[in-house]
Design a protein. Structure first.
Length: 296
């Protein structure tokens, strides 16, 4: 698969991403709209699993166990459990009536032993990462920031064509709680339009930079056509995850945060190496990775 060449890193403020890449404290989730929180839809779970492309039409059948094992072995990994079939009814309600507000979630209510991988910003464009995810078919959702990707939309198109979601992470990655209602709406709606122009579908999901949001954020997201605000429960560091809960364990439905970052932010490690470590941690706890858009 062709992927675009590595593009220049974005400004230093964006290179730092949503949370400290090397192990800064992860904000705890807040659903009251007053506290800082940390923590386009195509069907399928990725190439190599017989999933759909951006139009929802799959072409290849699912690989057998030997093929999956070979794909994981190529990357020095043990195969993750296959995710269950998507639920017939999505457990997160996003259709709103009357005064209902856009839901804010850090996890998904499910008994399925699955977690959801989300990757933010878009500053690093590692060709090996694209190759890995094509081989493994692990689904993830990309929360993209315009100032990080505007010079190379092409890198993300093959990833989206595998069935991975494209979601909104604002135009310039500001702390939204420092902005007024109108400025927040410009950041969110502006990125909705640009992502639709670049990838053909307006995003349904939105993540506020740094996990910081307030009620103006929810109102702006609704006006911009967002179905849900997505936070997280664990954040990927270089070799392990940072947990919000004291037991340091994944739970069914947890949303995991990672970033498109490179060696400058990962102490010499590549994004591909970081992702391999993340998949090892998920495998150790016996979880599958499911597609967030199938549950929300």
């Amino acid at each position: 698969m062709k992927v675009a060449a590595l593009s220049a890193l974005v400004a230093a403020g964006l290179a730092a991403g949503c949370t400290a890449g090397g192990g800064g404290p992860a904000p705890r989730p807040g659903h009251d709209g007053t506290a800082a929180a940390p923590t386009p839809p195509a069907e399928g779970t990725g190439a190599g699993t017989g999933s759909a492309g951006a139009d929802g039409a799959g072409e290849a059948g699912p690989p057998d166990a030997a093929q999956r094992a070979a794909a994981y072995r190529k990357w020095g990994l043990e195969p993750l459990p296959a995710p269950p079939a998507p639920p017939a009814v999505k457990p997160v309600r996003t259709v709103r009536t009357g005064a209902e507000r856009v839901p804010v979630i850090s996890d998904v209510p499910t008994k399925d032993k699955v977690v959801f991988l989300t990757i933010d910003d878009g500053a690093e464009k590692d060709p090996k990462f694209a190759e890995m995810m094509r081989d493994l078919g692990v689904p993830f959702t990309m929360f993209l920031t315009d100032s990080a990707i505007r010079g190379d939309h092409g890198y993300f198109r093959p990833l989206a064509a595998l069935g991975n979601g494209v979601a909104n992470h604002t135009l310039t990655h500001p702390n939204l709680r420092t902005l007024g209602a109108g400025e927040q709406q410009r950041e969110i709606c502006g990125q909705q339009r640009r992502l639709e122009e670049a990838y053909g579908t307006a995003p349904r999901l939105f993540r506020p930079p740094y996990g910081n949001w307030n009620e103006d954020t929810r109102a702006a997201a609704a006006r911009c056509g967002v179905d849900a605000i997505v936070l997280w429960r664990e954040s990927m560091q270089i070799t392990d995850m940072q947990y919000q809960r004291g037991d340091r364990k994944l739970r069914p439905g947890d949303i995991v945060l990672a970033h498109f970052r490179g060696p400058a932010d990962l102490k010499g490690k590549t994004m591909t190496e970081m992702t391999a470590n993340l998949l090892r941690r998920i495998h150790e706890q016996g979880f599958a990775v499911a597609r967030l858009e199938d549950y929300v």
